[in-house]
Design a protein around this ligand. Structure first.
Ligand SMILES: Cc1cc2nc3c(=O)[nH]c(=O)nc-3n(C[C@H](O)[C@H](O)[C@H](O)COP(=O)(O)O)c2cc1C
Length: 179
């Protein structure tokens, strides 16, 4: 998918909605990726995100060490990728991108891949990591958005728990809600 660099703070219009994302990182020559539902926007400019990862995930250690990742926003069209990447651990050996035939592109400011089929990707640096809580505070440094992006074209995926999902459904403008 063709993406262009977009206004950094505009990334929070998407990530502030707490969608399911694919977090990618790099360990030596190996690209890592895992779906994450527990993310929350915490600032617009610069964009900041709070994210919780379990220590048992292979991506956890390399993220603590490298302090770099990419937050790739998943749409409904990425559901298969979400389930495939979320169904196994790389154990720092398996290249999930090769295993599941998922195309990637190197990021420009951090060492971690952009997932080509995700319509939005935010390159991030770890500002703080609380290892007791598995909590990371990320700062966005470069934002990529699909050339054909519109909210109607790409529906965010939300995890409702217990293998239930929703897309972002019907949208309301404030003026319409106050009628
Ligand atoms: C929709 C979805 C959301 C998930 N959200 C989280 C999350 O917020 N935090 C987390 O630690 N794991 C989460 N997981 C689990 C990891 O993605 C899963 O354990 C993955 O296989 C880890 O890959 P890795 O071990 O190669 O890093 C989620 C999985 C799915 C399918």
């Amino acid at each position: 998918m063709k993406k262009h660099e977009a206004e950094l703070s505009s990334s929070m219009n998407l990530i502030g909605q707490c969608p399911v994302v694919i977090v990618t990182a790099r360990h030596g020559d190996l690209d890592l990726g895992m779906p994450v539902a527990w993310i929350m926007g915490s600032d617009y400019d610069p964009p900041r995100i709070a994210m919780t990862l379990g220590k048992w995930n292979s991506t956890y250690g390399p993220l603590v060490e490298s302090k770099e990742c990419v937050i790739n926003v998943a749409s409904k069209e990425n559901a298969r990728l979400v389930f495939e990447f979320g169904s196994c651990h790389s154990n720092l050996e398996t290249d999930k991108f090769a295993k599941f035939g998922v195309a990637r592109t190197g990021a420009s400011l951090v060492r971690a891949p952009l997932v080509d089929s995700c319509f939005a990707s935010l390159e991030c640096r770890v500002e703080k990591a609380d290892e007791e809580l598995g909590l990371f505070i990320l700062k966005g440094v470069k934002f990529w958005l699909a050339d054909d992006y519109s909210p109607e074209r790409y529906h965010l995926l939300h995890s409702l728990g217990d293998v239930l999902y929703s897309d972002d459904g019907e949208k309301f403008a404030k003026k319409d809600l106050l009628k």
